[in-house]
Design a protein. Structure first.
Length: 477
């Protein structure tokens, strides 16, 4: 029965209930939806109201009428936009200068009323806020002084044990003593970089890559050597092999599972080759697996670390993209560099906040995390599809777009003469945040690319924002 307390028109309530069935998979593409008369009976509304609901869903492209047959869930038409080509970064190591761009994007994300396509963060609507907060309060009451004490520096043993148990799903078998908890994956990556580099060293990394990585490289006085990326399979290992021969590389940094911003997934045989390449030259590999749990396929992808036999791979991740961004709980399994990373942890943050660690450990141990992941993966997959189709429906035909198989970001190539930085400024004036492509390159390449986050539920505001972006892009083309 319809909840009359909902602050919407009656037909919109009916449409909302049917939309939920479509997005949950209860009604799948091609399925016949209940007849108008049946819908009026199920929801206890008039036939006229049911007709209005169906027309609303039809106008939004969710269902379609078939003559003398009824209404059906619309089968999304095949995306026609091409994928971006393999990137072609400079073959020379270079200094990095993206800090100011990152600061501008962070400021934009805090503006009230902004449609947040720019920040790669999950919406609080998709997170178990109430459960986690109750769990945190309960643990605070039960922990007493323990909750106010340092877990120095390795972190809460209960959390490390739960993460170690999950490592079997990644194709590896780590122990609690292999992990150090961190203040998010950002600190984990920073500790790893500091452990194996000194100012002036060269870091081989993906192009495009997450701007937070570039910011860390810049802050530590390192140089970036950008390696080409394929939008589906990730890092070009032939290019990496050549780079390892020609340059004195201190460390490689990569996101094999769902790179940000491409969403690429490195095949297992490529992961094995990647580890072989760095092992032969004794070059450490920092593996960021922050999006690994957000796969759209049936199985969770392996980590490259699962092929490591010499302790060279430093595996990092956090719960920020899946569960609780504000808790700032991450971890690193630094392999042979454990003692160095542990020492650096003491001089950076000393310890990760105890109560958030314990709350997440309990949530994971009780099985809530796996149930939550199943739901959020479906939601992200649906969001990627909805935003992709909305872009294809309205953007110029020269547009390119990625086809990620995990995560929740899209990498969108605009017509060549469109400046992503100018589009960013004009979109902000319309209260729309996007991440301009130059942020994702040490040399600020990708001038006509933007990253679009799909971490928030689809809404009329998001639909309007895509339309506004399309209008701006066409005017700039």
């Amino acid at each position: 029965m319809i909840d009359s307390a909902q602050p919407t028109a009656l037909y919109e309530q009916v449409a909302h209930e049917l939309e939920k069935q479509i997005h949950s998979g209860t009604l799948r593409p091609g399925d016949r939806v209940p007849s108008v008369r049946r819908a009026s009976e199920q929801h206890r509304v008039s036939v006229t109201t049911a007709v209005q609901a169906y027309l609303s869903l039809e106008n939004r492209g969710l269902i379609e009428a078939r003559p003398k047959s009824g209404f059906y869930v619309r089968v999304p038409r095949r995306l026609q936009f091409l994928e971006p080509k393999t990137s072609r970064p400079s073959k020379a190591a270079t200094s990095v200068g993206v800090a100011s761009l990152q600061s501008r994007l962070a400021d934009a994300s805090q503006m009230p009323g902004v449609v947040p396509f720019g920040a790669a963060l999950p919406s609080p609507e998709l997170l178990p806020v109430t459960k986690l907060n109750r769990m945190l309060a309960s643990i605070a009451r039960r922990s007493g002084a323990r909750g106010l004490s340092y877990d120095m520096p390795s972190g809460a043993e209960t959390l490390r044990r739960e993460v170690a148990r999950r490592s079997l799903d990644w194709g590896t078998n780590l122990t609690p003593d292999d992990f150090i908890t961190t203040c998010g994956a950002t600190e984990a990556l920073a500790l790893c970089l500091r452990a194996v580099t000194k100012p002036g060293d060269v870091v081989a990394l993906e192009s495009p890559t997450y701007f937070g990585v570039l910011h860390a490289v810049e802050a530590f006085g390192l140089k970036a050597l950008e390696i080409p990326m394929h939008p589906r399979t990730g890092m070009d290992l032939d290019a990496l092999e050549l780079a390892l021969k020609k340059h004195r590389i201190a460390v490689c940094l990569t996101v094999p599972n769902f790179n940000n911003p491409l969403g690429s997934l490195m095949p297992d045989e490529h992961k094995r080759r990647l580890v072989d390449l760095v092992t032969r030259r004794d070059v450490p590999l920092i593996e960021d697996d922050i999006y690994g749990d957000l796969h759209f396929g049936a199985e969770r992808p392996r980590v490259a670390q699962s092929y490591d036999k010499s302790g060279l791979v430093m595996l990092c991740s956090s719960f920020s993209k899946t569960l609780a961004p504000g808790y700032r709980v991450g971890w690193v399994a630094p392999g042979r560099f454990y003692e160095k990373v542990k020492s650096l942890k003491l001089t950076s943050t000393m310890a990760t906040a105890t109560l958030p660690e314990l709350a997440i450990a309990e949530f994971v141990a009780n099985g809530g995390y796996d149930a939550h992941l199943r739901g959020i993966r479906r939601t992200y997959a649906e969001q990627i599809q909805r935003v992709s189709h909305a872009i294809e429906e309205s953007f110029p035909p020269e547009t390119t777009i990625t086809r990620p198989s995990g995560g929740f970001v899209l990498w969108v190539g605009l017509p060549p003469n469109v400046s992503a930085l100018k589009l960013h400024e004009r979109a902000l004036a319309e209260k729309i945040s996007i991440a301009p492509g130059p942020m994702f390159s040490a040399k600020q390449q990708f001038g006509n690319f933007i990253r679009v986050s799909c971490g928030h539920p689809w809404s009329s505001a998001a639909e309007r924002a895509i339309g506004v972006l399309s209008y701006l892009v066409k005017r700039m083309s």
